[in-house]
Write a protein that binds this ligand. Structure first.
Ligand SMILES: O=C(CO)[C@H](O)[C@H](O)COP(=O)(O)O
Length: 220
C-alpha cells in the first residue's frame, strides 16, 4: 500500500455499523471510498453522503449506499484529504475544486478525519495556492478584491476554459505565500461579495492520519 492508501485504510477503521459517513474528494479519499466499499461488501451497514459528484458516482458504482441530505440529521464521521496541514491542524483544501461541499460536510460532522501523506505537513500554510470559490458574475471584480488582500490570483483552467465547480462556480487559486494567521485571512475572504467559500479549514479537525512512505501510519 502507498502512503495515501495507508492513511485511508487507518481512517476507515473508525467507521462502524449504523454511522452516517461523509465521503471526501481527491486521490486519498478515493482510497478511503474503496476501503469503505470493501467493508460494506463484508457486511458493514452505513449510509453515506458525498462532497462531490465524482465521489458520489464512485461510491454508487462500488455499492456504498448514498442518501439525500434531507434524510440525515448529522454526519457521524467524514474522511477527507487535504492539500496542506499546519502544526495547529489548520488546512488548505480545494485542490480538487470541491472545497465548498467539503467544508459543509466537515462543519456538520461529529468527527472530521483528515488523511494525508507526509508531503502535506507544513509548519505554516501557504506554499499551496489557496483555492477560493467565486460566483462567475462579475468575477473580474471579485478577483481584484482578492488581489488587494495581497495574493497573486489565477482563475483555475480546465481544457482552456475556466474550471467549473460542482456548484457552477469558478475556482481562483490565490498565491499568498505564507499564511501566518489563517483565521484572520478567513474573515477577510468571507467579507468579499462574490466569494462563496475558501479552502482554509480553520480548527475544523482534531484527527489527522498520516501515511508514511516507509509503510507506517500515525496520528498527529
Ligand atoms: O480538497 C480536496 C479536493 O477539493 C482534496 O482533499 C485535496 O486536494 C487533497 O487531494 P489528494 O488527496 O488528491 O492529494
Amino acid at each position: 500500500m502507498n502512503a495515501k492508501q495507508l492513511a485511508a485504510a487507518e481512517a476507515v477503521t473508525h467507521i462502524e455499523d449504523g454511522m452516517t459517513v461523509g465521503l471526501g474528494t481527491g486521490s486519498t479519499s478515493f482510497f478511503a471510498i474503496h476501503r469503505i466499499a470493501e467493508r460494506v461488501k463484508e457486511g458493514l451497514r452505513i449510509r453515506a453522503v458525498s462532497s462531490s459528484k465524482g465521489s458520489e458516482s464512485l461510491a454508487r458504482e462500488l455499492g456504498i449506499p448514498i442518501v439525500p441530505f434531507a434524510d440525515i440529521d448529522a454526519i457521524d464521521a467524514t474522511i477527507d484529504g487535504a492539500d496542506e496541514v499546519d502544526e495547529a491542524f489548520n488546512l488548505i483544501k480545494g485542490g480538487g475544486g470541491a472545497l465548498l461541499r467539503e467544508k459543509i460536510l466537515a462543519a456538520n460532522s461529529r468527527r472530521f478525519i483528515v488523511i494525508v501523506d507526509e508531503s502535506k505537513l507544513v509548519r505554516t500554510l501557504g506554499a499551496f495556492p489557496l483555492p477560493v470559490e467565486v460566483v462567475p458574475f462579475a468575477h473580474e471584480l471579485t478577483v481584484r478584491k482578492l488581489e488587494a488582500l495581497g495574493c497573486k490570483p489565477a482563475i483555475r483552467q480546465a481544457d482552456g476554459r475556466p474550471f467549473i465547480s460542482d456548484n457552477g462556480n469558478y475556482i481562483v487559486d490565490c498565491r499568498f505565500g505564507a499564511i501566518p494567521d489563517p483565521a484572520e485571512l478567513s474573515v477577510r475572504l468571507h467579507a468579499i461579495p462574490g466569494v462563496v467559500e475558501h479552502g482554509l479549514f480553520v480548527r475544523m479537525t482534531e484527527t489527522v492520519v498520516v501515511g508514511g512512505a516507509d509503510g507506517s501510519t500515525r496520528y498527529l
